[in-house]
Design a protein around this ligand. Structure first.
Ligand code: ZN
Length: 391
């Protein structure tokens, strides 16, 4: 069976000459008559729920992918939909004003009455289509295997079927083999089930990202008949080795991080694993760090982007204690309870702010080692706190 990936066909082209049978409740033809939407052997039913049909259009409007469509080439410029006829029918029905949807509070907005830019956005959206060619029995068998007993195959399982060949066979023997002795090591960093091809998926995602192909399917298509998986395996091993050379210990939160991206971004920088380990453990012990998963990228980036850590600020009880102490002291000295107001000469130099009018500030900034405790907490009026910013 031969498969070709097409990503150049637009919604407009597919819906050209769309024919819908009201009587049978199904789409019949599209793509200027070249496409049979519901072949006889495929007895799927249309979306019974109008909401699902609308969701197809909303997805296109939001720029979300519609997923893969499979067409079977049955003759010179003649095709049948193997998978995706519900989506194609929804598109065709919408473009021919068979139903409307709610857009910006306008209920039942029909395609022909939509603003032109939205119409164009829908029409120009390109679809991802696999065109399969082969004997009918072969195609039907393959279709049966991808839909066997209602078990939904995941993306990688389908890709493995579409690009079956020596490359996939070798890649599976390495990455989808539960007997592989490296598995334990890999699973510290990669989430997923080996037998559902999820480790292989990550390996392909990493290598595809590093090459011009970027998309897994494009990579698989290009290497389908290769007699080795050297590039895939070498790249994967480089990423894993790099992680292990930078981070001496593995932590639970390391599993499932975007290591391919992190490798591309940071593998050219030098790291001292002893320093890294010290820093990581320090951050793990710091209760103010709410997002432990962010620790690794934070450290790789040179401990600058504190947003990655979602630092927790002071507890309410701490803020109230600091407020009470500052306000009592201020009343005795006759100055403002905001130390920065008190130090100034303006109208607020003696002002006693209410608790709600103040915010908590780290005396020593968190990034410089300041803790979120009472000793390091001072209440400032909102103006001064915001002026002080994130120092
Ligand atoms: Zn102030």
């Amino acid at each position: 069976m031969k498969t070709t990936l097409r990503t150049d066909i637009t919604v407009k082209e597919i819906c050209e000459g769309f024919v819908y049978s009201e009587y049978e409740g199904k789409g019949l033809f599209g793509w200027s008559g070249k496409l049979t939407i519901q072949p006889e052997y495929q007895r799927n039913y249309l979306y019974k729920d109008a909401k699902l049909e609308e969701a197809v259009i909303q997805s296109v409007l939001s720029g979300y992918p519609l997923g893969l469509l499979y067409f079977n080439k049955v003759g010179e410029d003649r095709y049948e939909i193997l998978d995706g006829q519900q989506r194609v029918t929804s598109l065709g029905r919408f473009l021919t004003d068979k139903f409307g949807l709610v857009i910006e509070h306008v209920s039942a907005c029909y395609f022909s009455s939509m603003p032109e830019d939205l119409r164009k956005k829908i029409e120009d959206t390109t679809l991802t289509i696999y065109i399969c060619e082969g004997e009918e029995s072969e195609i039907k068998n393959w279709y049966k295997t991808i839909n066997i007993y209602g078990i939904k195959l995941n993306h990688q399982e389908i890709s493995n079927a579409v690009y079956s060949g020596p490359f996939v066979t070798m890649a599976r023997a390495e990455f989808s083999n539960s007997q592989n002795s490296n598995l334990q090591k890999w699973k510290a960093y990669i989430k997923g089930e080996v037998n559902r091809q999820e480790i292989l998926r990550v390996a392909l995602e990493w290598v595809a990202r590093s090459t011009d192909d970027t998309v897994i399917d494009a990579y698989m298509s290009k290497h389908r008949y290769d007699d080795n998986i050297n590039e895939l395996l070498n790249y994967f091993t480089s990423v894993i080795d790099w992680i292990m050379s930078v981070f001496k210990e593995s932590h639970r939160e390391m599993c499932g991080l975007a290591w391919g991206e992190l490798f591309e971004k940071y593998h050219g920088r030098p790291y001292d694993p002893i320093e890294v380990s010290k820093k990581v453990n320090e951050l793990y012990a710091d209760e103010a760090v709410e997002n432990k998963k962010g620790i690794f990228e934070y450290v790789l980036g040179g401990c600058k982007d504190t947003k990655l850590l979602a630092i927790r600020f002071f507890e309410n009880s701490t803020k109230k204690s600091a407020y009470t102490k500052q306000t009592n002291d201020a009343k005795i000295s006759g100055k403002s309870n905001c130390p920065l107001c008190a130090a100034g000469k303006g109208n607020n130099a003696q002002r006693i702010w209410k608790y709600e009018e103040m915010e908590a500030d780290h005396v020593t900034a968190w990034s410089k080692g300041g803790a979120s405790n009472l000793q390091n907490c001072q209440m400032l009026c909102k103006t001064h706190n915001r002026a002080k910013g994130n120092r």
